[in-house]
Design a protein around this ligand. Structure first.
Ligand SMILES: [Zn+2]
Ligand SMILES: [Zn+2]
Ligand SMILES: [Zn+2]
Length: 197
């Protein structure tokens, strides 16, 4: 039995998201759309490579101009963490802005305001911006604040990342830094070893 934890906490703004999508048509043309009304899109064209580059760039621009709000709640959490269903952890850490692009799908770029933990767990996501901190501690120097989280229940084998085509769209895809690789899990030694004599 899970108690509903999705109640919007008072005083916090929900994390935002932008989605840029490349839609193909039967005549081998395509068009780009953005969830933000008012964004100017190029006309439908058969130059898919150019449209793809535009879409990636457009998502990057959204990530660039959006100011990450430290009080924002995790957008990933708002969607029940469906972006990383295999690894569920409580949201923690500073708010970051990620661009998520699945090279398998290849047609969707998602810009999302999420927590640092979800950002690290989400495949194909790269952190583009972090919430401005009051203390000038050079956020570029140190990765996301080490989250004092319990040992990640990592599922071995279920974490394959299709590396092919990740950087084929001309955009440098930066691997998300793994903030915490803390292994605090202790192997349970039960039954005291069967063959110790
Ligand atoms: Zn847009
Ligand atoms: Zn999440
Ligand atoms: Zn989160």
């Amino acid at each position: 039995m899970t108690t509903a934890t999705s109640e919007p906490s008072t005083g916090r703004t929900p994390g935002r998201a932008w989605t840029v999508r490349l839609t193909g048509y039967a005549d081998r043309s395509a068009s780009v759309s953005c969830t933000t009304p008012g964004c100017r899109m190029p006309p439908r064209s058969k130059d898919i490579a150019a449209l793809r580059a535009f879409a990636a760039e457009h998502a990057a621009v959204h990530a660039k101009v959006a100011r990450v709000r430290p009080e924002a709640t995790c957008h990933c959490r708002a969607r029940k963490c469906t972006a990383h269903p295999q690894t569920q952890m409580p949201c923690a850490g500073a708010v970051v802005l990620i661009v998520r692009h699945d090279p398998v799908v290849g047609q969707v770029w998602s810009v999302e305001e999420v927590c640092a933990t979800c950002a690290a767990l989400t495949p194909n996501a790269s952190v583009r911006a972090r919430a401005a901190r009051p203390a000038p501690t050079d956020p570029a120097a140190r990765p996301a604040k080490t989250v004092p989280a319990p040992a990640p229940a990592r599922v071995p084998g279920g974490f394959s990342s299709p590396g092919a085509g990740a950087g084929s769209d001309g955009d440098t895809v930066r691997r998300p830094r793994r903030a915490s690789s803390g292994r605090t899990r202790q192997p349970r030694r039960g039954q005291g070893g069967g063959h110790g004599r």
